[in-house]
Design a protein around this ligand. Sequence first.
Ligand SMILES: [Ca+2]
Ligand SMILES: [Ca+2]
Length: 478
Amino acid sequence: MKRKVLSKIFATLTAVVVGTSSFAQDKPPNVVLILMDNFAYGELGSYGGGVMRGAPTPRLDELAAEGLRLMNFNVEAQCTPSRAALMTGRYAIRSGNSTVAMGSGLPYGLTQWEYTMAEMFSDVGYTTAMYGKWHLGDREGRLPTDQGFDEWYGLANSSNESSWADNDRIPQAVRDNMKDISVLEGRKGETSVPVARFDLPMRAQIDAEITKRAVGFIEREADSDKPFFLFLPYTQTHQPRTPHPDFQGKSGNGTWGDLLMQVDSYAGEVLDALDAQGIADNTIFIFTSDNGGDFFDDASFPGPWRGTYFTGLEGSLRVPFIVRWPGNIPAGGVSNEIVHEMDLLPTLAAIAGGTIPEDRIIDGMNQVDFMKGATPISPRESVIVYVGADLFGVKWHDWKVAFKENDVGYGAPVKVFPTPVIYDLINDPREERPVSRALESNSWVGGPVMQTLNAHLQTLVDEPPIATGTPDPYVPAN
Ligand SMILES: [Ca+2]
Ligand SMILES: [Ca+2]
């Protein structure tokens, strides 16, 4: 490791001596994007959790101190929609991914027509890899290597399938009709192949393997003349929650504390690999989550907010977001400005020199100036709140207008408000007081919110969403 750092310094010196600009300055930054699964807003120490949630999170707290920490970073409410929005820079309803797939047999995920973050990076010369949970399609043509990744390892679907592997209540006729539940591996242009049976013991192991592969990738790519995009959608802390044997029982506070230790430790291993290769300064490092916490009773702390994933509440939509880019993003920043995961595509494209398509609606906004501290204001004023294909409300600045509400993401009925309610997210962060002073003196909020919503609804008329289950090749009608 030391020798590599020295050789890098020597190469830089040589470049300066011979009068060319140094290689490190010319190369666009690498990007490491950690996407946790069902990891709620309040879990990290830097978000009010850590020891209070059973284990300190020193590595990720240090990362927050070195970078920018957002308090109003928004995502979609479920796994597949969130990943679709992240990858495409578009609300998930546009790509036919408004809900998680329920095994209908139709193809789900992204049509090849969608332009993903990985394709953007690939088109400007990045090496791209994904290790982890995809959940954007589970058949040939829909896997990560069909959408811009040079290689991948992990799960096509979600982690709950690990509990089906040895489930003796599944009738043989049903099992015969099920796909094998496997961990897959693949390279661009090749068929992905099963490399492990995805059962509960493997469930406990897979995030360690993801980390090992991430470290190996960084070691392999550090000296390349190409920058890299490394996407790490970890599989914990989605249910079933199973710490690796290395962490089982280590926190003394139960499964959640053990997992929190594991999450922080694995992120630390990836950070250490960047340091060891001497490339941390030229790497944008992002840590975030696909949606809020689980609805099962043994996990999920949304911090000051209320609700689980699969709801339209802030506890579903706001997740931790830390971005570090030394020398470019001021250290120690904290902001309550609205940013959405869809913004990452245009933001990272602007940094990497990529372009985003102009033949379709892109909802993401370029946040480079905001993240670099050139302005304290995010260009984003609003978020349309969907749960599935259902419109639940609109966030606009510090307000939310809700048309529908469910208190828990599963097994709870949806309340439909005959007249939309206004939540004041500054004074009522838990969204518990729909009839409050906010209604009396701030019903003006309805104006800008309804205008925002109408503009959004018009885009769905102008460019009809791709129907769920649409096969490839998809070609837009207009
Ligand atoms: Ca999720
Ligand atoms: Ca594509």
